[in-house]
Design a protein around this ligand. Structure first.
Ligand SMILES: [Zn+2]
Length: 425
C-alpha cells in the first residue's frame, strides 16, 4: 500500500533554491510547449476531411495523422527539445520530462472521462511543481537525524516535518516537489506493507448523518466542524480588496496572496478536522455507513436561466457554502481509506423516518434539530435519528429498536495499533 507524507523542503542555499524553481518552471515550459504542438496537430487532424481534393490545383491532400498522445511519444519529443535547448540540459532530466507523463494522463482523461476537457495551459503565476519519478534517495543523518532528499543536478535538500515521519524505514517510491504560496513542500510516496496500515476492524458498525456544520453518529454523538466564520470573513474581505484593485498591479497581487493564504489556512483546518473526526470514528467502528450524496448536484446554484429564474437563490447559495464548508466529500474520502468497510446508502427519507417504529411522515420533523414521531411519540435529535436510519439501511437490519444496540457511544480511547494511528497524512 502507498502512503504519502508531506515535508517542508529547504533547499539550503539561494543557488539551490533558484535551481529548484527553474526545474519547476521548466516543467511548465515543456508542458505548454508540447501541449501547443499536440493541440495544433490534433486540430489539423480533426478539421481535415478524410479525402481532400483541391480541384483548382488538381491535387489530393492526405489527412494529417492523429498525434500519438502517450507518454512514450511525448517523452520522445522532450528528448528532441532537450537536445536543441541548452538551458534545459543543466536541469534534471527525469523530473522535467515527467511533466509530460501528467500531460499524457490528462489527454487520456480527455477521451475517457466525459467531464474532462482538453488539457489546459499552465499559467506562470500558478504554484509550480515537479516530480522525481523514481530512484528517490532520502538520507537520514545518524547523529542529527536530519532528513535530506537528493534532487539530481541540484543536490541534497533538507526535509522537515513536525511530528517526524512514521515511514522512515520504508522505501520511498516517488517525490513531488511543489511550491505553495512561495514555500517549497515535498510529498514523498512510501511503499508500506499492507499489514502495517490495514484498517482495524472491531466488528462494530456506525451510521453517519452529515449535515451542515456537523456530523451525527448512530451512537448518539454529534461532531461539530470547527468554527471558521472569522477566517471566512477575512477571506471575503481580501477577495473584495482584490476585486477593487487594478488588474496586473502589485497591490492586486498582494491582496491575492493574502486571500490565498487565508484560503489555504481554511483548507488546512478543514482537512485536519476531517482527519481527526474520521480517526475517532474508525476507532469506534470498523464499518461505517454513510449517505450516498451527489455533492456536485446538491451544491448546484439555484440561479436558473434568464427566462426561468430560480427562487431563493441567496438562501441556496448560503446552504451550498455550508455544505462545501463542512467538507463532506473530504470526510468521506478520508473514511474510505481508514475504515475496514464503507457502505454508501440511498439517503431518501432517512430524515423523515422514525428510527423506532418506521413511521414516515414529513411532520415527524418538528424543526431542523428535533424529531418527534407522530405514530409512537419518540422524541429526540433529528440528525441522530437519521443516522440510525442510515445505519439500518447499511446493515439491512429492520432499522428499529435493535439499531440502538449496534454501536456504543464513541470510545475516544483509541484501541488501534500505534502505527495505524499515524497513517493519517
Ligand atoms: Zn415512531
Amino acid at each position: 500500500m502507498h502512503r504519502n507524507i508531506t515535508f517542508r523542503l529547504a533547499p539550503g542555499s539561494a543557488a539551490k533554491a533558484e535551481k529548484v524553481s527553474q526545474t519547476a518552471g521548466a516543467g511548465r515550459w515543456v508542458w505548454n510547449r508540447v501541449l501547443a504542438e499536440t493541440k495544433e496537430q490534433y486540430r489539423l487532424h480533426c478539421d481535415t476531411p478524410r479525402f481532400c481534393e483541391d480541384t483548382l490545383l488538381g491535387m489530393c491532400f492526405e489527412r494529417p495523422a492523429k498525434p500519438s498522445l502517450t507518454f512514450f511519444s511525448l517523452g520522445k519529443r522532450f528528448k528532441e527539445l532537450r537536445a536543441e535547448t541548452p538551458w534545459l540540459q543543466s536541469l534534471p532530466c527525469a523530473p522535467v520530462r515527467y511533466a509530460l507523463k501528467r500531460q499524457a494522463d490528462a489527454w487520456k482523461r480527455t477521451f475517457t472521462d466525459p467531464k474532462a476537457g482538453f488539457p489546459k495551459f499552465k499559467a506562470r503565476r500558478g504554484d509550480d511543481s515537479f516530480t522525481i519519478p523514481q530512484n528517490v534517495t532520502i538520507r537520514i543523518d545518524s547523529i542529527t537525524g536530519v532528513r535530506r532528499l537528493w534532487i539530481p543536478k541540484i543536490g541534497w535538500c533538507v526535509l522537515r516535518r513536525s511530528g517526524g515521519n512514521p515511514y522512515d524505514a520504508h522505501v520511498p517510491k516517488q517525490a513531488v516537489v511543489k511550491r505553495v504560496l512561495g514555500r517549497w513542500y515535498c510529498t514523498v510516496c512510501y511503499e508500506v506493507p499492507d499489514e502495517l496500515v490495514a484498517p482495524h476492524d472491531n466488528g462494530r458498525t456506525l451510521g453517519l448523518d452529515r449535515n451542515v456544520g456537523q456530523v451525527a453518529t448512530s451512537g448518539g454523538e454529534i461532531l461539530h466542524t470547527p468554527e471558521v466564520a472569522k477566517l471566512q470573513g477575512r477571506e471575503n474581505r481580501y477577495q473584495r480588496m482584490m476585486d477593487r484593485r487594478r488588474k496586473g498591479s502589485k497591490r492586486r497581487a498582494l491582496a491575492r496572496h493574502r486571500r490565498a493564504s487565508v484560503s489555504r489556512k481554511l483548507a488546512m483546518i478543514r482537512a485536519n478536522w476531517q482527519h481527526h473526526a474520521s480517526r475517532d470514528l474508525v476507532s469506534t467502528a470498523g464499518t461505517v455507513v454513510v449517505e450516498k450524496l451527489d455533492i456536485e448536484a446538491m451544491t448546484k446554484s439555484a440561479k436558473g436561466t434568464a427566462r426561468r429564474p430560480g427562487s431563493r437563490v441567496r438562501a441556496k447559495a448560503r446552504l451550498n457554502r455550508g455544505i462545501l464548508d463542512t467538507g463532506w466529500g473530504g470526510l468521506r474520502d478520508k473514511l474510505a481509506y481508514k475504515v475496514a468497510d464503507l457502505i454508501e446508502v440511498d439517503p431518501a427519507y432517512t430524515s423523515q423516518t422514525c428510527s423506532h417504529c418506521g413511521h414516515v411522515a414529513k411532520d415527524n420533523r418538528r424543526s431542523q434539530a428535533s424529531f418527534e414521531c407522530r405514530a409512537c411519540g419518540r422524541y429526540g435529535n433529528a440528525d441522530i435519528n437519521a443516522a440510525l436510519n442510515i445505519l439500518a439501511r447499511g446493515t439491512g437490519a429492520s432499522g428499529r429498536r435493535g439499531a440502538w444496540a449496534l454501536a456504543p457511544p464513541m470510545n475516544r480511547q483509541r484501541d488501534i495499533p500505534a502505527v495505524a494511528a499515524d497513517a493519517a497524512t
